[in-house]
Design a binder for this molecule. Structure first.
Ligand code: LUZ
Ligand code: MOS
Length: 743
């Protein structure tokens, strides 16, 4: 089935918040944000009260000035103090966007500066943490047993989401002081709850509606909340519709991004390459407020052993509070930082072993230490249904052949060098916060036989709406064209979890199946009666209900069911079984299942200029039973390129805490000419009981195949400069590469 949106997307007909017809009396909002990084503030808004400005909102106008999700530490508007450059201070509401934008420049803010901290280890020294450090331990570290030990500090950079649609919200006053917010959020319920709290209202006073998002990648899991709340606050105070859409520039400055990390680690192995000890401390740069940082850090820690079994482990997570925008969810949700760290350690371990006469490659270390069914992760979950072994056998031949080609190429070329790296992936599927693993859905069958469905899922370009229609079409055995998917709306589906954690189609799809089965029971009872056959012999097939010989059409059955006063609507619910996790002990069984895969990346480096080209990415990925091949492929290709962008190109540059890379002119994302040859082979199997129709989550896993890009490039550099010894620092921009080549 084709993506239901592609036809309208390519014609520019799909509707986003900024495309909605502007309603009469609408006020346009512009957010004044801090231009100082850490300061006490005094605001004088009077110079900005120019003609056309209706209201200027500051902290004192907010009924309850708090929007923190996990930890209540974040004001909607700065109160007396600002903690990062970009922190919202005031909202100007005006009759046109131009007036609002102009007026915000006229507001006087006096900043009295306070020392700034942006470096995580300095924050630790000053006792600035979001919460206490977390620890996960398994076995006990024993360094005497290790023949080789590598100790290092690495730097992992952040990443701008760069969703095509910037943050946006449009709020409308409703009867009886209720407010409706059309929001570009991944988290309808988070927005509803935050807006209700902020306005001292109940959740049923706030309706959140989502049409679709123009990309999100985690950037709208929590960071859409302040935008929606600011629009709702404007409506609350003026009783008029308020529209707030960030410009690209504002969006890049104000909103949080993927977390940068500093990581200290020590890895120890014996002569055979078996890892014995793994000790790692993650200093997460959490930014000024908690946002989702605690949950992101937890996932970093869960993935700190990637696909390896390590008998003795100590993993520490330290969320450091710095004067930068609150860093947030981004595809992989801390997993990439965890997995990059262990891969760095293995890469360096192999170099050390070879330098000291034991010839074990990075690839061999990945192979030797691979986790097997029955072995435990440090957080307690036991590996089950692991397909990695089979996948790794598949890449074995490919890797060895390509490695020979690379070696041959490097012998023949002096100023061009190639590099290769392999990579195994194990990514846990489920929200690590167990309670979020639930979904609900609503199905209406109209009396003409057409169907309308609603779920808590948010369409953000990933194609979840297509998958939802496909699910219902399959269960009812009717054409997808007979099914319409409605907007995501908190009045139709309540208490929805964010569309995140790669879990959206599992949770919402299974809720739909639950609702559809209720309808099937009612409809088949009616069909049995009409056809005068036994209900147990009835099936739904090709828009018919009954048996091969005795059946009734879908439309006739629906019409007759309606006439007989049978309820043609059903609500469905799903909660992921068997998962549990105790954050206090750091142990449990947090994941419903794992996504597995393996990749090989090959790069070619121009050693004179430091520029490089990713030649190819070969991936073998376990998708379970693919639900929609084209959508899966789209997620794979997009994720791989986005992952390579993170490891190789995209650099957040702060000039004394001021984001210098704040536009598309200074922040380099992968362009078409960067995109390598991508070869994907899906490993299909039926083993995943917990996935939708035995499929596997595909949202975040592909991102990780960018990681071997970093090590392939390192391999190429080392081919030219065997003494290369720069510390690991992501992303690997041509500038850094050049310095490494010629140091
Ligand atoms: N969001 C969240 C996520 O709230 N919890 C998670 O575990 C998660 N994992 C991946 C992406 N988003
Ligand atoms: Mo997410 S990182 O919003 O799944």
């Amino acid at each position: 089935m084709k993506n239901i949106d592609s036809f309208d997307h390519v014609r520019g007909k799909s509707v986003y918040v900024d495309d909605l017809p502007v309603v009469q009396d609408t006020l346009f909002a512009s957010v004044l944000y801090s231009t100082s990084t850490h300061a006490t503030i005094k605001i004088d808004a009077s110079p900005a009260m120019i003609p056309g400005v209706v209201k200027i909102i500051t902290a004192k106008d907010v009924p309850y000035n708090q929007i923190g999700n996990i930890i209540p530490d974040e004001p909607l508007l700065a109160e007396n103090m600002v903690f990062y450059r970009g922190e919202p201070i005031a909202i100007v509401l005006a009759k046109t966007q131009e007036i609002a934008n102009h007026a915000r420049e006229l507001i006087n803010v006096e900043y009295d500066k306070i020392p700034v901290i942006t470096y995580p280890k300095l924050a630790v020294q000053c006792g600035l943490l979001i919460h206490d450090p977390k620890i996960i331990e398994y076995g006990s570290l024993n360094w005497e047993k290790c023949d080789f030990i590598v100790e290092n500090t690495i730097y992992i950079g952040g990443q701008e989401h760069l969703y095509l649609e910037t943050q946006a919200a449009y709020a409308f006053p409703q009867e009886k002081d209720r407010i409706k917010i059309i929001s570009s959020t991944q988290s309808p319920t988070v927005v509803q709850k935050a807006a209700a709290h902020m306005l001292k209202k109940s959740m049923h006073d706030i309706e959140v509606e989502i049409i679709r998002l123009g990309g999100a990648f985690g950037g709208k899991e929590d960071q859409a909340t302040p935008v929606a709340c600011m629009a709702a606050l404007g409506t609350y105070l003026t009783k008029r519709p308020v529209k707030l859409v960030y410009s690209r520039h504002d969006d890049m400055i104000i909103t949080g991004k993927r977390h940068p990390y500093i990581v200290d680690y020590r890895i120890g192995a014996d002569k055979s390459g078996k890892i014995i000890n793994w000790e790692v401390i993650f200093y997460q740069n959490s930014g000024a407020f908690a946002d989702l940082s605690p949950a992101v850090l937890e996932r970093t820690m869960f993935h700190a052993t990637n696909s390896y079994y390590i008998p003795n482990v100590r993993i520490v997570g330290v969320p450091t509070k710095t004067n930068l925008p609150p860093f947030t969810a981004f595809r992989g949700f801390g997993g990439p930082q965890g997995i990059f760290s262990i891969e760095s350690a293995l890469f360096q371990l192999s170099r050390k072993m070879r330098a000291e006469g034991v010839d074990i490659s990075y690839y061999e270390l990945q192979t030797i230490n691979q986790i097997k069914d029955g072995q435990r992760f440090p957080y307690g979950q036991i590996m089950k249904n692991c397909t990695l072994d089979a996948i790794w056998k598949k890449i074995d031949n490919k890797y060895k052949t390509e490695k020979e080609n690379v070696t041959k190429f490097n012998k023949e070329h002096k100023y061009r060098k190639r590099g290769i790296a392999s990579f195994p992936l194990t990514f846990g599927i489920s929200f690590t916060k167990t309670s979020l693993n639930q979904g609900s859905a609503l199905i209406h069958i109209y009396s003409d036989g057409s169907v309308g469905i609603s779920t808590g899922a948010v369409e953000m370009g990933q194609g979840v709406n297509t998958r939802m229609i496909q699910t219902v079409a399959q269960v009812f055995s009717i054409p997808p064209e007979w099914i319409r998917i409605e907007t995501t709306n908190t009045t139709r589906v309540a208490n929805a979890s964010p569309s995140a954690a790669s879990s959206t189609h599992d949770l919402n799809g299974k809720a739909l199946i639950n609702a559809a089965n209720k309808l099937i029971n009612r409809l088949s009872a009616k069909a049995a009666q009409i056809l005068n056959i036994d209900q147990s012999s009835i099936s739904f097939f090709e828009s018919k209900i009954g048996t091969g010989t005795t059946n009734i059409s879908w439309n006739d059955l629906i019409t007759q069911s309606y006439e007989s006063r049978i309820d043609l609507s059903a609500h469905g619910y799903y909660a992921t079984p068997t998962i549990h996790f105790n954050p206090a002990t750091g142990k449990g069984h947090p994941f419903s299942y794992y996504a597995f895969g393996a990749g090989i990346v090959i790069v070619e480096l121009d050693v004179i200029r430091g520029v490089y080209k990713v030649i190819s990415v070969d991936v073998f990925h376990d998708v379970g039973k693919s639900l929609n091949y084209e959508l899966d492929l789209g997620q794979m290709e997009g994720g791989i390129v986005q992952g390579l962008g993170w490891t190789l190109l995209e650099e957040l540059i702060y000039d004394n805490s001021v984001l210098a890379s704040n536009s598309l002119g200074t922040y380099k994302i992968p362009g078409l000419d960067f995109v390598p040859q991508i070869n994907i082979e899906f490993i299909e199997n039926n083993s995943n009981e917990n996935g939708l129709f035995h499929s596997k989550a595909i949202g975040e896993p592909p991102f990780f195949y960018g990681i071997p890009g970093y090590f392939a490039l390192s391999d190429a550099i080392i081919a030219f400069n065997p003494n290369y010894n720069k510390s690991i620092s992501l992303p690997y921009t041509p500038e850094k590469v050049l310095f490494g080549l010629w140091d």
